[in-house]
Design a protein around this ligand. Structure first.
Ligand SMILES: Nc1ncnc2c1ncn2[C@@H]1O[C@H](COP(=O)(O)OP(=O)(O)O)[C@@H](O)[C@H]1O
Ligand SMILES: [Mg+2]
Length: 289
């Protein structure tokens, strides 16, 4: 831990007003043969409503595990995940149900998360059924509106996932997430597989949607350039632990932790700029105190 960082283990405290998302003391362990792997170890941060918190760190540091915890694809081992006043960390599936639509996720690989047999319109209409929109005509109309909202032409409605480019598929994934009318969107490497120019367009779309709807984002990325574009606050993770956090401008301009400095150096590496993930940094940096 950096000796100069304020309140190690927390982030987002500088934002005013009550936090929309308040994660504290999050611990996630995976059972493995002969014991457990602690993938997330005592991580805390808050996100103000309508703002974006980025989580950054190299492959394997626990980012997706945090994402899966917030959308409760997994139940954390310990800690609190308070969404708009409700701690969802330990809720039963039944008590979780009313919260599920409020917290949605956009995945890195939209292709893997979109049913290949359904049309774009059917994919986006599916959450509307769960939201209780009874009329099929209404579901189709709302799906068409959402597909238009994410910048796809009407001709996209009847096409299947295989007929779209990566960027278009990611737009469908965003439209599907929006169909649940979420308050919180967790984007796990949502633009990482896209070409730089397409990535910029999808980031623009996400920012526009946030301006219009006051959606709160947790944006996970290994790319510091993307983090700078999209977030007001950032959490830097390493090997399951939070090493540094604070306002994105400050953390990127004047990182207090050697690990963040190493990430920043790696971000300037041409290999990374071309889209490869920064791997092997842990070995290059002295272990945390
Ligand atoms: N289902 C699982 N079972 C066991 N270990 C896992 C599982 N999922 C992830 N891990 C481990 O947890 C750590 C964090 O993984 P992950 O959250 O996917 O990191 P990131 O998204 O930052 O790449 C890694 O060491 C990974 O190998
Ligand atoms: Mg991941």
């Amino acid at each position: 831990m950096s000796g100069t960082a304020p309140a190690p283990g927390t982030a987002g405290q500088s934002t005013t007003g009550p936090a929309f998302l308040d994660v504290s003391g999050l611990v996630v362990e995976y059972p493995v043969r002969g014991g457990v792997v602690r993938a997330v170890d005592d991580v805390s941060f808050t996100v103000a409503r309508g703002s974006t918190l980025a989580i950054v760190g190299e492959s394997g540091c626990g980012k997706s595990t945090i994402a899966r915890s917030i959308v409760r694809l997994l139940r954390p081992t310990a800690g609190r995940i308070v969404v708009d006043g409700t701690d969802i960390a330990g809720l039963s599936e039944r008590r979780l149900r009313p919260m599920r639509s409020r917290v949605q996720m956009v995945f890195q690989d939209p292709y893997a998360s979109l049913d290949p047999h359904l049309s774009a319109q059917e994919i986006v209409a599916e959450p509307l059924r769960r939201r209780g929109v009874r009329s099929a005509a209404e579901r189709r109309a709302e799906a068409a509106r959402l597909i238009d909202r994410v910048g796809l032409p009407a001709s996209a409605l009847e096409r299947r996932p295989a007929e779209f480019s990566g960027g278009q598929r990611q737009r469908i994934g965003i439209a599907r997430a929006l169909a649940s009318r979420p308050d919180l969107l967790v984007c796990d490497e949502a633009t990482s597989a896209l070409d730089v120019s397409v990535q910029a367009q999808v980031l623009d779309l996400l920012r526009e949607i946030q301006r219009e709807t006051r959606l709160t984002y947790v944006f996970i990325s290994h790319n510091l350039g993307v983090v700078r574009e999209i977030s007001q606050e950032v959490v830097v993770m390493r090997a399951g632990r939070l090493v540094e956090s604070g306002a994105t401008d400050r953390v990127l301009a004047a990182p207090r932790h050697e690990y963040t400095r190493a990430l920043r150096r790696a971000a300037l590496d041409p290999a990374v700029i071309r889209g490869r993930k920064p791997r092997g940094l842990v070995a290059a940096v002295s272990p945390p105190a």
